[in-house]
Design a protein around this ligand. Structure first.
Ligand code: ATP
Ligand code: MG
Length: 345
């Protein structure tokens, strides 16, 4: 069963379309990530789901109940949806404990117990409870906002870039902790992020937003390996895109003959490989494609190599894990793992 269903959502501001034809289903207890460039409409969509913004058209349903439709409008506080906004938005005149306990009911002792538990859940030191929001770091503020949203035991949690103020190590750890916490509480969630690796690792379902549309929705691996088009492919990770001629499940391209994932397509097409599909060997094998390294851009873990291909006399740039034995002038051989993906257009 779906927790959330969005049907044909549209929104404009001052005659400018910000969202158009948005369809999305979020399964019970599942995790969805929405990724997309700045200004593509991610926050606007979350605000419509939360009830802070009205859609111009379309329907929002939560657990079968209509929240927004022509003439139907359930206000934000009656939706049972937790929202951690992009800027945290804590109440500045309430302490940390006051913020987290804002909507809690019960005796003073019960509330205190609940606040302690919520602070533990989001890994906030209990000693911070009496501080004011401005006395916290950006990352701590985000975790207070998360604890406050969790206190309402929502059926759906909306997270708008909740980890953006954390440094890389803490960010990964917090993301994992939040994912586990939401799974334990069986709360479905939608995470908005700019970070494709974060989206791919957090979510069961990834939705790629571009110019107010969802360009593609699917499982992380499916989107990563079979993106609908080139912008979606490059948005989700490093990509080698090549022009090719297709026939009977094979592509002829600058790298030679490569197996492709659609046997029926023929003629000219654009195909893609992920860098991990290209393996470089230092002892050239006769059956493999030969190339000479003409340039190396070293960037630590990965390097970008320019390779002059012996057969086609063309140069391709590939990203690869840096290796000490490869230098300008090295003869290398290439082998391709798996199949190249063909773009639809
Ligand atoms: N209240 C508003 N009035 C007018 N325009 C708005 C309003 N809210 C959003 N917009 C416009 O809608 C577009 C999408 O904004 P939105 O905040 O949804 O983008 P976003 O994908 O969340 O971007 P970011 O990644 O930078 O947070 C932008 O062009 C923005 O200027
Ligand atoms: Mg935003």
């Amino acid at each position: 069963m779906s927790t959330l269903e969005l049907h044909d959502i549209g929104k404009s501001y001052n005659g400018v379309t910000v969202l158009e034809g948005i369809h999305l289903r979020v399964a019970e207890g599942s995790r969805t990530a929405i990724v997309g460039p700045s200004g593509s409409g991610k926050t606007t969509l979350l605000r419509i789901i939360a009830g802070f913004e009205t859609p111009d058209q379309g329907q929002v349903r939560l657990q079968g109940k209509t929240l927004a439709d022509n003439g139907v409008w359930i206000p934000a506080h009656q939706r049972g949806i937790g929202f951690v906004p992009q800027d945290g938005a804590l109440f500045p005149h309430f302490s940390v404990a006051g913020n987290i306990g804002f909507g809690l009911k019960g005796s003073k002792r019960e509330k205190q117990h609940h606040i302690d538990r919520l602070m533990d859940m989001v890994a906030l030191d209990r000693r911070l409870a009496s501080l004011w929001p401005h006395e916290l770091s950006g990352g701590q503020q985000q975790r207070v906002a998360l604890a406050r949203a969790l206190s309402q035991q929502p059926t759906l949690m909306l997270l708008d870039e909740p980890f953006s103020a954390l440094d890389t190590g803490l960010r990964a750890a917090t993301r994992k902790a939040v994912a586990e916490l939401l799974a334990e509480a069986k709360v479905a969630s939608i995470l908005v992020t700019h970070d494709q690796a974060e989206a791919l690792s957090f979510a069961d379902q990834v939705a790629v937003m571009r110019n107010g549309n969802l360009a593609q929705v699917g499982q992380p691996q499916e989107l990563y390996l079979r993106p609908v088009d080139e912008p979606t492919a490059t948005f989700l990770g490093e990509t080698l895109v090549l022009s090719a001629n297709l026939e009977h499940g094979w592509a002829d391209c600058v790298l030679g003959r490569i197996a492709v994932d659609d046997r029926l397509r023929r003629g000219h097409a654009r195909i893609m490989l992920r860098p991990e599909q290209i393996q470089l060997g230092l002892s050239p094998q006769p059956a493999q494609r030969q190339a000479v390294v003409t340039h190396i851009d070293f960037a630590g873990f990965v390097s970008t190599l320019s390779l002059f291909m012996a057969d086609s006399h063309e140069t391709v740039e590939i990203k690869t894990i840096s290796r000490e034995g490869i230098s300008v002038g090295s003869n290398v051989s290439l082998s391709i793992l798996g199949q190249a993906h063909i773009f639809a257009d």
